[in-house]
Design a protein around this ligand. Structure first.
Ligand SMILES: Cc1cc2nc3c(=O)[nH]c(=O)nc-3n(C[C@H](O)[C@H](O)[C@H](O)COP(=O)(O)OP(=O)(O)OC[C@H]3O[C@@H](n4cnc5c(N)ncnc54)[C@H](O)[C@@H]3O)c2cc1C
Length: 394
């Protein structure tokens, strides 16, 4: 298959660039089309790579991509009534606090060094399926290839073209910035603060002083504030822990704050097996950044897709295998993710769950093992319920 086939990939995020790199290693001729110029640097992201993402890069022998990033050993969860659930990832596993700008561009450079052609500053606007090839265009130039991979993120044009993108009804938005912590707040744990109104705030210590700070809330909440800066300040002032951590007086007038909407991507057909097209990363389905596993999912889909391509002599068989594996892994976690989404909108239940997790370190660390993709949902339920049962019995 690889001797004659040309593969076009739309999007040079981690999903697109890693897929390009892995396919080029198999001898495919790969071109990537990215609407931003190089270096790509405009991602709104908590920049937390979960332990499973670390393990996956090790499996691919790409652990050098993680050199220099702080290790994250667990999470502190803050319930709406300010209970603290202090967790560590099981089995001494750890994730990382990345710098997306560096991480994404290093995968691009890796793929480029393996003969992948990148076209930066090209926004693909139309896709045409012709007899034995696919044609894509930015409105000016047309490119042809045998197969197309949509790695173009949550608002995937490829997903829309295939008519598998569901309408996003959820009106959540994300507000993102970097904040300097008061001195003495060095940490190797991420934090998740859940508030009474169903909004939440994710924190990730990307260096000794600087924390990646994002708030996810309903668009209507944002409208209540004069500015996004005011919303950030009020959020900090409303929480004892956040006030301990950050001094809003140090926020500069020129504080760079990014806002992004449509933070979900529900799609009808995961991974997509249609015509000669596959979807990877967020384009293949994304629930919400709550559990911070989007980068892992991007890398996982790239790995599974390229492994399926290596195994099969026909593209359709490779797609079939890819879709079946991704569906299984996604569906298991999707139910849990939707449950978390539902939970954070019910503050009293959240408080109850926090009390339950605080029953023992085993329960809370197992729970965070689920969030970090170390355990499957089934494994977690087994550990938690066995332990709860034993506790009840004693
Ligand atoms: C607020 C927030 C916080 C998050 N925090 C975390 C976190 O802490 N940890 C985590 O793992 N994940 C997090 N995520 C999710 C994570 O950012 C994504 O899952 C990850 O970036 C997906 O990678 P990707 O390669 O699939 O897509 P992307 O990184 O979005 O890359 C898609 C690329 O396609 C390009 N593109 C799009 N359309 C076109 C087009 N028509 N033509 C050409 N190019 C195009 C874009 O410019 C982009 O570079 C967060 C997301 C949000 C919104």
């Amino acid at each position: 298959m690889n001797n004659i086939k040309e593969i076009m990939i739309i999007g040079a995020g981690p999903a697109g660039s890693l897929t390009a790199y892995l396919l080029s290693q198999q001898g495919f001729k790969v071109s990537v089309f990215e609407k931003n110029s190089f270096p790509v640097n405009n991602k709104v992201c908590g920049e937390y790579l979960c332990p499973a993402g670390h393990n996956l890069l090790e499996e691919l022998n790409l652990q050098s991509l993680l050199v220099g990033y702080p290790q994250i050993f667990g999470m502190k969860l803050f319930s709406p009534n300010s209970q603290i659930v202090n967790t560590r990832f099981p089995n001494n596993e750890f994730g990382h606090a990345l710098k997306r700008e560096r991480f994404d561009n290093e995968i691009i450079k890796l793929a480029e060094s393996n003969n992948v052609t990148f076209h930066f500053g090209i926004q693909i606007q139309s896709i045409k399926f012709e007899q034995d090839h696919i044609s894509i265009s930015d409105g000016v130039t047309h490119w042809k290839g045998h197969y197309l991979i949509g790695a173009d993120g949550r608002q995937s044009i490829v997903g829309k073209w295939l008519n598998i993108a569901k309408k996003v009804t959820e009106q959540r938005v994300a507000i993102h910035t970097y904040l300097n912590a008061r001195s003495g707040n060095k940490s190797s744990q991420g934090e998740m603060h859940i508030f009474h109104d169903g909004s939440y705030c994710g924190l990730n210590p990307v260096s000794e002083e600087v924390w990646n700070f994002s708030i996810v809330c309903n668009g209507s909440k944002m409208k209540k504030y004069k500015s996004t800066e005011d919303l950030i300040k009020e959020t900090i002032h409303g929480s004892k822990r956040l006030t301990e951590l950050f001094d809003t007086a140090t926020m500069s007038d020129k504080q760079s704050i990014k806002v992004t909407g449509k933070i979900t991507n529900p799609i009808k057909s995961l991974g997509c097996v249609e015509k000669q097209v596959a979807l990877v990363g967020d384009a293949a389905g994304f629930v919400d950044p709550l559990t911070g596993e989007g980068i892992y999912h991007a890398l996982l889909t790239a790995k599974v897709f390229s492994e399926s391509m290596a195994k099969h002599t026909s593209f359709s068989m490779a797609l079939e295998q890819y879709q079946s594996i991704i569906k299984k892994s996604y569906h298991k976690k999707e139910i849990v993710n939707y449950f978390f989404q539902w939970l954070i909108k019910h503050p009293r239940l959240c408080n109850g769950v926090a009390s339950f997790l605080n029953l023992s370190p085993l329960i809370r660390n197992t729970f965070i093992g689920l969030v970090g993709n170390i355990y499957s949902p089934l494994e977690v339920f087994k550990v938690i319920f066995t332990s709860a049962f034993k506790k009840g019995a004693s």
